[in-house]
Design a binder for this molecule. Structure first.
Ligand SMILES: NC(=O)c1ccc[n+]([C@@H]2O[C@H](COP(=O)([O-])OP(=O)(O)OC[C@H]3O[C@@H](n4cnc5c(N)ncnc54)[C@H](OP(=O)(O)O)[C@@H]3O)[C@@H](O)[C@H]2O)c1
Length: 364
């Protein structure tokens, strides 16, 4: 007998939701049965684009949750709504895809964790770079001892997010975006945890954090658009520092340096450096004791994490992984509990700016 397809409700019909919809539609074990958002016109547009007919369309999330056949909810709303949406979805016994950042405070994360634990539902957080082909190659090489024992990792999220992004108006504000590290830098933090973890499916945990913040963009009404290479004045400013630099001590002894730089005048880049006692990585160039005759860097011809465009992100692999976890009753390595730890580091940095002291984790 054919296995039942898992029904998906996509909530928040903006930029990223189109990729979630495509990924679920391309998985033979899933189908999108409903879309909900603030505006019906956004719901209709997304449905039309995806060629979806006879699906539920809602502007009321609670009604959407009651739509027949919903097994999974994909939370694609702005970050300040993620906690509330996740809790409601868990209370309705749905498995949940949660877009990053998962929450805006430790309190929100506690409430989400409680609701998900109580419901016993599966979760995956969209730290989608874990499925980027270069990430997968590097993680597999680390687990296969290609670089020996890892002792230092460095990852940077360098993206001049600005008015070109549909989510910018909420993300740029202190009240709804909180900080640059939360809005975008959490990808780099997750990457550092992932590469500092020596096993194939595990991310290392951070024991201590020290952080600085700065840059030039906070409050500036002059904005650069790297897509067109033009400047414009009178734009709504970032309400927090665009640059944060964190020094991390992992509980397995690895040291990390992670930065977010929203102030950079250049296209998006995501540099990666990994150092072990028998080899090194600089982006897609590797040096390894596994190649004893090596004279030049070996370049891995993989897709790099070098675009902020959601169509470039490996959502297909993420959703395939999640469907697999649900069907096989397995927890994702990138579930809510794991992502809470990444976000705790973001909030530890915030604490550090107040106390000017290193902050010890866990915070919750
Ligand atoms: N994992 C990744 O790499 C990645 C990439 C991009 C974005 N993201 C994350 O995904 C989230 C969404 O980003 P986005 O780029 O898709 O932003 P977006 O284009 O602004 O989409 C968000 C959508 O949420 C809807 N919304 C806003 N308030 C709502 C409410 N009160 N109730 C229901 N729907 C509401 C809006 O719908 P209406 O049109 O109906 O008003 C909007 O279209 C953010 O957290 C962002 O950081 C992650």
């Amino acid at each position: 007998m054919a296995q039942k397809q898992l029904g998906v409700l996509v909530h928040g019909a903006g930029w990223v939701s189109g990729e979630h919809i495509k990924a679920f539609q391309n998985n033979p074990h899933a189908r999108v049965v409903a879309i909900s958002s603030r505006k019906m016109e956004s719901v209709r547009r997304r449905a039309e684009e995806a060629g979806l007919q006879r699906i539920g369309m809602y502007t009321d999330f609670e009604r959407a949750l009651r739509h027949e056949g919903v097994d999974i909810v994909s939370v694609c709303t702005p970050q300040h709504l993620h906690a509330e949406n996740t809790i409601k979805a868990a209370e309705a016994d749905k498995h949940i895809v949660i877009e990053k950042p998962i929450a805006n405070s430790l309190e929100e994360m506690r409430a989400m964790r409680d609701a998900v634990r109580k419901a016993g539902v599966k979760t995956v957080v969209s730290f989608v770079l874990r499925w980027n082909p270069l990430f997968q190659t590097l993680k597999s090489l680390i687990a296969d001892d290609a670089f020996g024992k890892i002792y230092y990792v460095e990852t940077d999220y360098q993206s001049n997010i600005a008015s070109w992004w549909s989510g910018y108006e909420d993300a740029r504000k202190k009240a709804t975006g909180i900080s640059a590290m939360l809005v975008g830098g959490c990808h780099a933090l997750d990457a550092a945890r992932w590469f500092a973890g020596r096993k194939r499916e595990s991310a290392a945990r951070v024991a201590e954090v020290f952080a600085y913040r700065g840059g030039w963009r906070k409050g500036a009404e002059r904005e650069y658009n790297y897509l067109t290479g033009t400047w414009s004045d009178g734009k709504p400013p970032l309400e927090y520092e665009g640059l944060e630099v964190l020094i991390l001590k992992f509980d397995n002894g690895v040291i990390g340096k992670v930065s977010v730089n929203l102030d950079c005048i250049m296209p998006y880049t995501f540099p990666i450096e990994i150092f072990g006692d028998e080899g090194s990585v600089k982006n897609n160039r590797i040096w390894s004791h596994k190649f004893p005759g090596q004279k030049e860097w070996i370049e891995v011809p993989a897709i790099l994490p070098d675009s902020s465009d959601v169509t470039h992100h490996p959502f297909q692999a993420q959703m395939d992984h999640f469907i697999n976890c649900i069907l096989n009753d397995r927890e994702s390595h990138c579930n809510l509990e794991d992502a809470i730890h990444t976000h705790e580091v973001v909030f530890a940095a915030q604490k550090c700016y107040e106390t000017r002291q290193p902050v010890t984790l866990p915070l919750m």
